[in-house]
Design a protein around this ligand. Sequence first.
Ligand SMILES: [Zn+2]
Length: 111
Amino acid sequence: MTTDVHQLDDGAWVSVNDSREVNVSDLWRLTNHDFCSCRLADFLAEGFVEVGADGANVEGRIAGRCIQCGTEGVTDWLTLGRVDPATGEFRPVVPGSVHVPGCRRRPPLSP
Ligand SMILES: [Zn+2]
């Protein structure tokens, strides 16, 4: 099964299999991250920079800022949700729960 993932509207939305599923205006709680120096960052998502799929997992890197310390930048890869292989239905993660970016490190993309 292939998962078709795109960003739309300058990164405001992620579409999964041609359906708008994830909106960017969420607060994500990040831990074990190197985005800023907060142990638990409150990351305000402002735009999806890169999106992709790893099998049924939908992942993305998000531009935004930590509302605690003000650091701005782009996160490492975060799991945005998962496509149920049986039904094809997308099940998003809960952004307000705690997430660990980059748990699956990718090799750098060639320019
Ligand atoms: Zn911070």
